[in-house]
Design a protein around this ligand. Structure first.
Ligand code: SAH
Length: 344
């Protein structure tokens, strides 16, 4: 298969051009076209024709197609299902907040982490996305919606730390002032807790926010909900989180989906408060999104209130995430799953 030019950085494209016998500055020109959303070599009008045909022979360049687009009547959230070059599909969500527009991107087709409440993992992992494919989720969501994107969350389908190198290259590209120029402080990366990668991430010294999907503060509940906890354990996860915070100075955020009768008791609240204080983490509570195939229900508002009260009385910084796009299957791999079921 031809190589993927959009996953290369400027220096790499320049080196490719030199080895193809062209001057280095041609690489910069190509990179600039790519960063401005051009996905057809023939539209790179300042390149000589022979170079354009060489590029077509050497590299593939593909713009994702909109398979489905749903706009929420409730809050304007837009949910895209993109068709990739090989026919696979991933979801991207654009959410509008007072402070700007946030895009939630997928980093894999499917997921192998197996979380018991999540729709994305039902069919397992198909493949990881290339850096170019993640970049194009942001680029084409912005272009199609006409909403300038200022924030990115890696909270769509897939586990970012299970596609580490490609996600790091995506971050480099999307952060480049020559391109979308989205600041690292406006990017969150969410993980189910692949602790072996925390040091690698800290070593990159990025200014992004690391979100850890905790969902339970004790091993019994967490291992039941999240296979990634088995063999790692909550205490090891907490040690790695604390170390990450010490190394980077960036406060971690714990994601916690409230599940009725499963992780929303006073016992869980007290232990969660202890964990959050140990790590210096902020807690982000999310009412569970109901997934048809899964046996779980969101917590009642009474249980949520009591839970929040414990955290607040312990001095933990806690927020409740607003639900957006609930009328457009805008969460957690539900749109891709729905299309899969229709096709089955
Ligand atoms: N693999 C990464 C990122 C993708 S999931 C991770 O695990 O963090 C993004 C967030 O949505 C995670 O916090 C995940 O646990 C959560 N999530 C998955 N299914 C959910 C559901 N049905 N309701 C609420 N949150 C869910």
């Amino acid at each position: 298969m031809k190589r993927d030019i959009l996953s290369l950085n400027c220096g790499e494209i320049e080196r490719e051009l030199l080895s193809l016998g062209y001057p280095k500055y041609r690489g910069r020109q190509i990179y600039d076209w790519l960063m401005h959303g051009v996905r057809d070599f023939d539209e790179m009008t300042n390149l000589p024709k022979d170079l354009r045909s060489t590029l077509k022979n050497e590299f593939r360049l593909y713009a994702p197609k909109v398979l489905s687009k749903q706009v929420s009547q409730l809050d304007g959230t837009i949910k895209y299902l993109w068709e990739l070059y090989d026919g696979n599909a991933v979801e991207t969500v654009v959410m509008s907040y007072k402070h700007g527009n946030t895009v939630c991107v997928s980093c894999q087709v499917g997921c192998r982490q197996g979380c018991a409440f999540c729709a994305s993992t039902i069919g397992g992992l198909v493949r990881s996305l290339e850096p170019s494919e993640i970049l194009d989720e942001v680029f084409f969501s912005q272009q199609d919606s006409g909403k300038p994107i200022s924030n990115i969350v890696l909270m769509g389908i897939g586990e970012p730390l299970d596609n580490f190198d490609n996600v790091m290259r995506f971050l480099e590209l999307v952060n480049d002032p020559a391109g979308m120029n989205i600041g690292m402080r406006h990017i969150s990366l969410s993980t189910c807790g692949i602790t072996e990668r925390f040091e690698d991430l800290a070593a990159k010294d990025l200014q992004l926010t690391l979100s850890v999907s905790l969902h339970a503060p004790d091993d019994e509940t967490r291992s039941r909900l999240m296979p990634a906890n088995r063999g790692r354990g909550v205490e090891e996860l907490m040690r790695c989180c604390k170390k990450y915070y010490e190394q980077t100075g960036r406060r971690i955020s714990f994601e916690y989906a409230m599940i009725d009768g499963v992780n929303d008791t006073q016992f869980h609240a007290k232990l969660l408060a202890e964990r959050a204080k140990y790590v210096g983490a902020h807690v982000n509570l999310i009412p569970l999104n109901y997934v048809e195939e899964r046996p779980f229900k969101p917590s009642t508002s009474g249980h949520m209130k009591a839970f929040i009260k414990v955290l607040e009385s312990e001095g933990v910084n806690v927020t409740v995430r607003r639900r957006l796009g609930s009328d457009v299957d805008a969460s957690c791999g539900q749109l891709r799953r729905k299309i899969q079921k229709q096709n089955a």
